[in-house]
Design a protein around this ligand. Structure first.
Ligand code: SUG
Length: 421
């Protein structure tokens, strides 16, 4: 079986809520305090997975991580919460966060054709910049080690040391003539984002490239523009996405756009760079609509499709640009809007919800791979067990905690993944 791109989507967890925990993520901040709909959110994500399977693509699934996480609170000495202290309430909300749904932040992946030992390397992201995300990596690592246990095909690395923030594949793009060919791996880091934190540190990216055994001449380390981070692009995948020989980017994504494009062209002469100018779609509109937080996918026909959030299609300037691009015979031949509004309201579009792994599906633990029948089984578990809604003021309530834990247990039983219990 040849190497193919497998998209592992994170199932939206039963504790999905809007607590406004992510500084620099405008959607998270503006929806803080809203009531969330975990069941609808998970079903939206499953509908996207079904949609992509319908395109003839290979689809995988990661289970939500255990929440609420008492170990996180215990480590902070918070065995009981002082309800009058907003900082303590915020830390409790962190322990309830379903943020592992955004698996683009689970790990950085270097497929086998790029690495010195011919195996696919994955490094779990430490996510240290945001407290609610910093608790993810040990459980993520555990899951990656089960899914990619085949040691002939995969190497799964610990997170890089917490002195350097790493947010995984959201700040990493792989470009290549085809998925099976050696790739150019582009690591995008930030230095400053004005009022907002730069989450990806250059030294974390460089450490990953070394640990994965990448050839230095096939790596690029590119700085994200300060303006982009300051405008709300807390990850590079909010303003750029790449697939095979196509880079689709906003004009203001990188600190040195021309230098970046030239360096890519030098290493991958067949590259096609599709640049959306700020005069057509401003950085603010790009971030509000999440045009670039899209899945740029090669269909079995060889054509490329862009799976965008509905919000992008509903933004007239963005839709106008996409229609003009397709009419001009640009490399994106199809635009496919999907409804992931519940995730979008926390700043997670179609691209955030998936981790791309180029591998032979036969080498992956089959419990993490999906077909239509298994999606229907997951949907049934979600319909039966996921809370219909969560008001952030209910976080901490014992009965809610019990139902969230029971929901995940039911899922793991259905998926036959006792190792993750
Ligand atoms: O890290 N939101 C996530 C969204 C991650 C999107 N991923 C990518 N761009 N790849 C984050 O900011 C919101 C949680 C809250 O506010 O409760 C949150 O964590």
């Amino acid at each position: 079986m040849p190497l193919v791109e497998i998209n592992f989507d994170g199932l939206v967890g039963p504790s999905h809520n809007y607590a406004g925990l992510s500084l620099g993520n405008l959607a998270s901040a503006s929806n803080a305090g809203e009531v969330s709909y975990p069941r609808a959110a998970a079903l939206q994500g499953l509908a996207k997975m079904r949609h992509n399977i319908g395109l003839g693509l290979t689809q995988g699934l990661f289970a939500p991580l255990p929440r609420p996480n008492p170990a996180f609170l215990g480590a902070l000495g918070l065995h009981a919460i002082d309800e009058s202290d907003p900082a303590q309430r915020r830390l409790r909300a962190a322990a309830w966060s379903a943020s592992s749904m955004w698996t683009a932040n689970a790990a950085t992946v270097s497929p086998a054709p790029d690495t010195v030992d011919g195996r696919c390397h994955l490094t779990a992201a430490n996510l240290v910049t945001m407290p609610h995300r910093s608790q993810e990596w040990p459980d993520t690592l555990r899951q990656l080690r089960v899914a990619f246990a085949n040691a002939q095909a995969f190497v799964v690395h610990d997170a890089v040391p917490p002195c350097f923030g790493d947010e995984g594949a959201a700040n990493h793009m792989r470009m290549c003539a085809s998925h099976e060919a050696p790739g150019l791996e582009i690591f995008v880091y930030g230095t400053t984002g004005g009022a907002f934190p730069a989450r990806q540190h250059e030294q974390a990216s460089r450490a990953i490239a070394r640990r994965h055994g990448l050839a230095p001449e096939r790596c690029l380390f590119v700085e994200q523009s300060t303006e982009a981070i300051a405008a709300g692009a807390f990850h590079n995948d909010v303003v750029a996405v790449a697939n095979e020989r196509v880079l689709f980017t906003h004009e203001q994504a990188f600190a040195d756009p021309d230098g970046t494009y030239a360096a890519i062209r030098e290493r991958l002469p067949e590259v096609e760079i599709v640049i959306v100018p700020a005069s057509t779609v401003s950085l603010a509109d790009a971030i509000r609509s999440y045009l670039f937080n899209a899945q740029l996918l090669t269909l079995p026909s060889g054509e490329m499709a862009l799976v965008i959030p509905l919000e992008a299609w509903e933004t007239p300037l963005v839709r106008g640009w996409l229609e003009a691009h397709m009419a001009s015979n640009g490399p994106i031949r199809r635009v496919l809007p999907v409804d992931v509004r519940q995730s979008m309201a926390n700043g997670g579009g179609p691209a955030c919800l998936r981790l791309r792994v180029v591998a032979d599906p036969a080498t992956v633990d089959p419990r993490f791979l999906l077909d239509e029948a298994k999606i229907a089984q997951v949907e049934a578990v979600v319909a039966a067990h996921w809370p219909e809604q969560i008001d952030p003021v209910d976080l901490g309530r014992e009965s809610l905690a019990r139902s969230v834990i029971a929901a995940r247990t039911a899922l793991l039983e259905m998926l036959q993944l006792p190792e993750l219990a």
